[in-house]
Design a protein around this ligand. Structure first.
Ligand SMILES: [Mg+2]
Length: 327
């Protein structure tokens, strides 16, 4: 063991312990103690990021810290919850040992900067040795029974998505050498991959308006597919209505870009369904929050998910990403 190796206590004290509000007992004891707001329900979720699977081992530690929290905030957004508390368990490899102080300091800054933005308190966690692995558990609150879920979509609902889809997948395909983006296109797409924006405020605004919601982590078709399976519904979406950035538009003639748009992961936008008579309120929310919201299709009776192009023909994807697609 190298002499520079930090103890778990050192790691916590130096990098992760911050004074936080709304916590009765925070980092440093055997467990944390928090007081949920009266009449609110707790919403709890966890996400694990594994080196080589969810990120490259040489990933920028600041951005990795940021993204580790962002993907969990996105799950709170999809539930319509206000995020409150978070736990972080880090597995650090020995070969990071010599660079631990720098790596940890940057990772903690990325994580805690985003936590501060959303007033989320880091209340505990764990550190151990092994392959680089980041496990985050997050807790949020909703008013009693007022949360979003996957199983409420109804035939006739409009299907909405926030933001623009596919830029993170374009950035990943560029990084892997599968497609080629210009420098300015990369500058546009890389933040979508490395520092995604969780739609936390949007989710909370949708609680009384949407019938169902999910965050797009595995790609539009896969995640909308989860809503359809849980809600026992079908859907038809219009390819032209799927919101895409200027970079995506430039590359849309390629089937790879189309795959990024419809089946690419890591978007962390929200996909939700809502009755048509809520459209004007949802459009007002879009303006107030300055989050683009687009209707991309409609929930139907039956099963299956079809994508229709501008000529009215069904788009058949090579990579389905969703079991019921093209059924
Ligand atoms: Mg999710």
């Amino acid at each position: 063991m190298s002499q520079t190796k930090l103890s778990e206590f050192d790691i916590i004290q130096r990098y992760f312990k911050r004074p936080v509000a709304d916590v009765d007992l925070g980092i440093g004891d055997d467990a944390a103690v928090v007081s949920p707001t009266p009449d609110m329900q707790l919403v709890v979720s966890a996400d694990t990021l594994v080196s080589g699977r969810h990120f490259f081992e040489n990933a920028d530690p600041y951005k990795l810290g940021y993204k580790s929290l962002a993907v969990n905030l996105s799950d709170m957004a999809a539930m319509g919850a206000k995020p409150r508390w978070v736990m972080l368990s880090l597995t650090l490899p020995e070969n990071l040992n010599e660079t631990h102080p720098v790596w940890l300091s940057q990772f903690a800054s990325g994580f805690l900067d985003l936590a501060r933005t959303y007033q989320v308190a880091l209340i505990g966690g764990d550190t151990t040795g092994g392959a680089l692995n980041i496990c985050v558990q997050i807790m949020g609150e909703v008013r009693e029974k007022r949360y979003l879920r996957r199983d409420g979509a109804k035939p006739g609902d409009d299907i909405w998505v926030s933001g623009y889809l596919g830029d993170a997948a374009l950035a990943l395909k560029h990084t892997l050498g599968i497609i080629r983006l210009s420098q300015s296109e990369m500058n546009h797409c890389m933040p979508a991959l490395h520092t995604p924006k969780a739609r936390v405020e949007l989710g909370q605004h949708l609680v009384d308006l949407a019938h169902s919601a999910i965050d797009i982590s595995d790609g539009l078709l896969a995640d909308l597919g989860h809503i359809l399976t849980c809600s026992t519904c079908a859907a038809e979406i219009k390819l032209d209505a799927v919101p895409c950035s200027r970079v995506m538009k430039q590359h849309m003639s390629s089937s790879l870009a189309l795959e990024c748009l419809l089946t690419g992961g890591d978007d962390y936008e929200l996909c939700f369904t809502a009755p048509k008579n809520n459209n004007s309120v949802i459009e007002q929310i879009s303006q107030v929050l300055r989050v683009p919201l687009s209707v991309i299709g409609e929930i139907k009776q039956g099963t299956g998910l079809s994508v229709i192009d501008a000529q009215g023909k069904e788009v058949i994807m090579q990579k389905k990403g969703y079991d019921h697609f093209a059924t």
